[in-house]
Design a protein around this ligand. Structure first.
Ligand SMILES: Cc1cc2nc3c(=O)[nH]c(=O)nc-3n(C[C@H](O)[C@H](O)[C@H](O)COP(=O)(O)OP(=O)(O)OC[C@H]3O[C@@H](n4cnc5c(N)ncnc54)[C@H](O)[C@@H]3O)c2cc1C
Length: 434
């Protein structure tokens, strides 16, 4: 993958002053940046969040959230011209006429795919927290232990037990719906009430679990307020309306996004400065203290260069851009990028393998009716290579299914599907590398 070099105007000689110096700087306002901002501000730190994309204000900037199909020129479908101009992002199932404004277009930020790698990006305040599928599973001890056990990774320095209370901390604030299923492969969390499987999904689940001892079927665990608690109402968020139009932004704040939840919480402390349209170019390294001292920013609109300073810098620009910023951060001490003594920065990046799909028709069950559009699917946690390495590949995978009245006939290009199915699967969880 070739990343286009950033525009590099000459640096200003910016002195540190009270206007450009903070306790902490967070780069990126997506899922992880929003969380970093909230936690830092709530600990009393004056925090600057730098976001390369435009401002997206919760509710106000969700222009299609309440649109009906007939309000949209192509009833919500992606027009052919847009698909042709944006072949990569068009492969993302969530990219359509009603959501396109939250996705980076291929035509605006092109890159060369030397190997198949669909880089789906959301450059805006909120990042991909506006367009994620909201599936929120905990890792189990097997995700921590098995890569080392099976000899394809070094041992994790922490285990599941070290993270469990942090998972709970996030779940309580974000609001995760799910069922306590008691599975070793998918630890339970602090859940809001689960969504319900429909009758066909229940029949499928029963058939799978009757036939295979090691396979479990659970309702997807997702970041939706099925029954908001006081804490969520205090955030200004409301119950999920089961509209399943989430990728347009939720005017009820019913699914977790930085815009609805973490950034407002950070702002309420009075310690947050949020600066959109600010592309972080690199991290400034202070050779005397041997520490990161600040960041160099290019204004997206004016191309003006500015420096900001802090003793804590969180890089939350998602996988590729985080690597890019670190690679750009060259100094005498780090000629190949900050912290890149081993030369591994920007390598070994995995693709979020998905899109192998099958559909089938189940006759009958027509007498059942369900209100609303449930915003999550049914899930089979990983059952491969769990207790021992017994497959011809490493790692595992999760599968999801849904049953609907109308056919869910998502268009998948043959070549892409072939590639996906042929891929040797590594341990995957949503969110690790998209
Ligand atoms: C369609 C889709 C569905 C998904 N579904 C799921 C799911 O169900 N469950 C799950 O766990 N994960 C899911 N993911 C993945 C999830 O969205 C990401 O893992 C998550 O958003 C990563 O958080 P982040 O903070 O690292 O990055 P992001 O949320 O992408 O935020 C990064 C932010 O940094 C900004 N930025 C980038 N470069 C710079 C720079 N140089 N200077 C300043 N700002 C910069 C970006 O504009 C962006 O706002 C999905 C992703 C997609 C695309």
């Amino acid at each position: 993958m070739l990343i286009h070099p950033l525009y590099m105007p000459s640096d200003p000689q910016t002195e540190k002053n009270s206007a450009n110096t903070f306790d902490a700087i967070v780069i990126g306002s997506g899922i992880s940046g929003g969380w970093a901002a909230k936690e830092l501000c709530q600990k009393g730190l004056k925090t600057l969040v730098l976001e390369r994309g435009r401002q997206v204000q919760h509710v106000k900037d969700y222009p299609t959230a309440l649109s009906n199909p007939w309000d949209l020129p192509h009833r919500g479908h992606l027009p052919r011209e847009m698909r042709q101009k944006n072949p990569v992002v068009s492969r993302c199932y969530a990219f359509d006429e009603a959501t396109a404004h939250f996705f980076v277009k291929d035509e605006e930020h092109p890159y060369q795919q030397e190997k198949p790698f669909d880089w789906i990006r959301g450059y805006q305040v909120g990042g991909k927290s506006l367009i994620w599928a909201r599936q929120t599973q905990r890792w189990s001890r097997f995700e921590f232990e098995n890569p080392h056990r099976d000899g394809y990774a070094v041992a994790w320095p922490i285990g599941y037990e070290d993270l469990a209370h942090w998972y709970a901390h996030v779940e309580r604030f974000a609001g995760i719906s799910g069922n306590a299923d008691g599975l070793e492969t998918l630890p339970d969390g602090e859940f809001l009430p689960p969504w319900e499987m429909n009758v066909v999904e229940k029949a499928m689940a029963k058939a799978i679990m009757n036939r295979y001892e090691d396979r479990h079927v659970v309702i997807g665990r997702c970041a939706h307020l099925t029954q908001p608690r006081e804490e969520h109402l205090a955030q200004g968020r409301a119950r999920c309306q089961a509209r399943n139009l989430c990728y347009r932004g939720c005017p009820y704040g019913a699914y977790f996004s930085s815009n609805a939840a973490t950034l407002p919480a950070a702002a309420r402390t009075g310690l947050l400065s949020l600066q959109p349209d600010s592309v972080v170019h690199s991290i400034l390294y202070d050779a005397q203290t041997q520490r990161a001292a600040g960041v160099k920013v290019i204004d997206r609109l004016t191309k003006e260069v500015r420096h900001y300073y802090a003793s804590i810098i969180f890089v939350n620009a998602a996988t590729e851009n985080t690597n890019l910023i670190l690679l750009n951060s060259r100094s005498e001490r780090f000629p190949n990028g900050l912290g890149n003594d081993n030369g591994l920065l920007g390598t070994h990046i995995a693709f979020h393998n998905y899109r192998g799909s099958l559909t089938a028709t189940m006759p009958g069950y027509l007498q059942h009716y369900y209100y609303g559009r449930r915003p999550t699917a049914v899930m089979l946690p990983n059952f491969r290579n769990v207790y021992r390495h017994d497959q011809a590949f490493f790692g595992g995978y999760m599968s999801f299914y849904t049953a609907t009245r109308t056919s869910w006939n998502r268009q998948v290009e043959g070549e892409q599907l072939g590639q996906t199915l042929k891929l040797k699967s590594h341990s995957q969880g949503p969110g690790r590398c998209t």
